[in-house]
Design a protein around this ligand. Structure first.
Ligand code: TRP
Length: 325
């Protein structure tokens, strides 16, 4: 089970960090993937663009290869049972531990005018999402580790107090394949909110991809043949490894090692290979996005599967809590 907030367009980091795992998991597990629109209300109370953002994320997920026939692909707000479980779990979550959460402290700093209770209990809602399906594997990136740790705490508390209803959820990834997708300006990883020009989005058009990649940070070239790569150059190679043929990577490795590399050429090649990778996804996502009927059907079908699983869990929960009178 996993969720993506509809608060920004998907980028290459989301693809290689999360989506690629989802796509592989769909053939090996029973999967629930959802658009976390309720979570987005903690930071984006204005709902004018919510529908179109939800449609955007959904269509990109499908364009990348998530199959709505194989997984339950749904929208969080369509499953009312989430709110019920969230309420019960809130009674087991303490103010002190919630206030210590890194993401909460970040938001207190970044939106001091809107430190709402939903923000404080964000990890409780996330726990409800997961436990609603009694899911044990949660494919998420490193930034979600603390939330998952809290989910385990709440799960243990529930089980301890009311009986063993839930497995303890664990962060999941296909180990060896955890890749870092560096930003183009050498400032860390690609991210939804930071420097948009350093991040490649799945919705970027060819010209924009070219512009961004050509501007990527490099230096004046290797000082001596065989010298080790400075970080910015290493980053370009990392990106090349994501989308280019091994023969292309080998060529530039060789050029680098004998000191004849031309970074302009390498970035041009990277831009073209990125375009080859991103364009089919972008076009497919656009087509899906324009088919509102199809998207509605996908959401309905996903919600149906999710509701069935949620209803069964809530029966167990009410029974375990003694609320079945
Ligand atoms: N909090 C997650 C994020 O910001 C999104 C999310 C919501 C989620 N519910 C979830 C992730 C349940 C995993 C499981 O990325």
């Amino acid at each position: 089970m996993s969720g993506i907030r509809p608060t920004g367009f998907l980028h290459l980091g989301n693809y290689f960090g999360a989506l690629r795992n989802y796509i592989r998991m769909q053939d090996e597990y029973e999967c629930f993937f959802m658009v976390a629109d309720l979570h987005s209300l903690t930071t984006h109370p204005d709902t004018k663009e919510l529908k179109s953002n939800v449609q955007h994320v959904l269509s990109e997920n499908i364009a990348c290869g998530l199959d709505p026939d194989k997984v339950a692909l749904y929208c969080q707000s369509h499953i009312y049972e989430t709110s019920e479980l969230y309420l019960y779990l809130n009674m087991l979550a303490y103010k002190g531990e919630l206030e210590k959460t890194t993401t909460f402290k970040d938001k207190v700093r970044s939106q001091p005018e809107n430190v709402n209770a939903g923000l404080l209990t964000y990890p409780v809602l996330q726990t409800a999402d997961i436990l609603l399906h009694r899911a044990s594997l949660v494919p998420v990136g490193k930034d979600q580790e603390q939330h998952l740790e809290m989910s385990r705490t709440f799960t243990k508390r529930f089980n301890h107090r009311y009986g063993n209803v839930f497995p303890e959820p664990k962060a999941f990834n296909y180990g060896s394949e955890l890749v870092r997708v560096p930003a183009l300006d050498g400032s860390g990883k690609m991210s939804k909110s930071e420097n948009q020009f350093a991040t490649l989005y799945l919705s970027d058009d060819d010209e924009l991809i070219r512009k961004k990649v050509i501007k990527a940070k490099t230096d004046t070239g290797p000082l001596a043949p065989g010298s080790s790569k400075p970080e910015a150059i290493g980053n370009i190679f990392l990106l090349l490894k994501l989308v280019s043929d091994p023969s292309v990577i080998n060529k530039f490795e060789t050029d680098y090692n004998n000191g004849s590399i031309r970074y302009g050429d390498m970035k041009k090649q990277l831009a073209e290979d990125m375009i080859k990778f991103i364009t089919p996804i972008r076009q497919k996502a656009e087509a899906i996005r324009n088919d509102e009927n199809y998207l509605k059907k996908v959401m309905e079908k996903g919600a149906e599967k999710a509701r069935k699983s949620a209803k069964a869990t809530m029966e167990l929960v009410r029974q375990a809590m003694g609320l079945n009178y």
